[in-house]
Design a binder for this molecule. Structure first.
Ligand code: SF4
Ligand code: SF4
Length: 313
């Protein structure tokens, strides 16, 4: 059943977090300070995609105690949201158990390779880049699609909280988006699909996946066609869809990007990744990242993702 905001269930959450929430939102409004960050929980991954993380220099992960200390300091500083990324965050499941709940709201972005856990105030986002065959090919991991499906079913039975899919549309998979939406909505296993388009990144060896201008325009038109059919299951507003258009992204820079301005990104050794989690190797003028789109064009609809998390025990 879809998790909804429940004020009674959310009361302990607000009792525990009211001070940090007040500080974070206060600093955001009056001092324009960031109140969200992303952290590479793990610098390892069992998959073999051509991705922005692999294009970045490898670093040695901090030990657990340092990560926990860092999260506690971020809470003291007024950070209210964290996106847990990697590599694959589930490569360090014990660490996840320890850090989830320190920052009031967490999003955990995972490839879904291993069983998912019930983690405090955490929304799971599982990367799914196409239908079965395409996904496994892009991930370089045969059988992964079926394993993800099994892990999501088990997670639903354990009632671990909201689970979304995230797909990055590229040259190879973009025509599958309609079928993906239909299949997953019918499955009843996830609450929706978030959509990015592929951002070309230097050293990621992603040339075969890059979208042409025509393909990117086709995606914008196709998403507008699909939006009335799938409603909120397609977890993006019309405004967010428009922001994927090449005529919009051509003017994006780190200086006007809400992701770069409002969200700090850190690698697994606490080093700052700048200007955003995709690093300086990403081509801003073709950026299709859902986070920057959500930050600028998400509107009030996106607050739903957070308020519902407060109701998870
Ligand atoms: S699963 Fe994610 S982090 Fe791992 S290689 Fe693929 S895109 Fe990169
Ligand atoms: S790559 Fe995208 S998210 Fe990162 S700074 Fe550039 S426009 Fe922003």
């Amino acid at each position: 059943m879809r998790q909804i905001f429940n004020p009674l269930l959310a009361a302990p959450f607000f009792a525990k977090n009211s001070l940090v929430l007040a500080k974070g939102f206060g600093q955001k409004v009056f001092e324009k300070k960031p109140m969200a960050f992303s952290f590479n929980v793990s610098e390892h991954c069992p998959n073999n995609c051509k991705c922005y993380w692999r294009a970045q220099p490898t670093v040695e992960e901090w030990p657990e105690e340092k990560v926990i200390e860092f999260f506690k300091q971020k809470r003291k500083d007024g950070f209210v949201q964290v996106t847990l990324v990697g590599g694959e965050p589930y490569c360090r499941p014990q660490l996840l158990e320890k850090i989830c709940g320190i920052i009031p709201f967490a999003w955990l972005v995972t490839s879904g390779t291993v069983p998912l856990r019930k983690l405090k105030s955490t929304l799971h986002v599982i990367s799914m880049d196409g239908l079965r065959e395409t996904h496994d090919k892009l991930r370089g991991n045969k059988g992964l699609y079926d394993r993800i499906e099994k892990n999501i079913k088990a997670a639903k039975e354990k009632d671990i909280g909201p689970i979304y899919l995230h797909t990055t549309l590229n040259h190879v998979n973009h025509k599958e988006i309609g079928e993906m939406l239909e299949l997953w909505r019918e499955s009843g296993l996830v609450e929706g699909i978030m959509i990015s388009t592929m951002t070309p990144t230097k050293d990621a060896h992603d040339e075969p996946l890059r979208l042409s201008r025509e393909e990117r325009i086709w995606i914008v038109e196709e998403l507008h066609r699909l939006k009335p059919i799938y409603g909120n299951f397609m977890a993006m507003t019309d405004n967010m869809i428009d922001r994927l258009h090449p005529d919009h992204t051509k003017d994006l820079t780190p200086e006007n990007c809400k992701f770069a301005l409002d969200i700090e990104s850190y690698n697994g050794a606490g080093g700052r990744i700048s200007p955003c989690v995709l690093s300086g190797k990403a081509d801003c003028t073709q950026c299709g990242c859902v986070v920057t789109n959500m930050a600028t064009g998400g509107g009030v609809e996106t607050t739903d993702y957070f308020t519902r998390l407060a109701s998870i025990k």
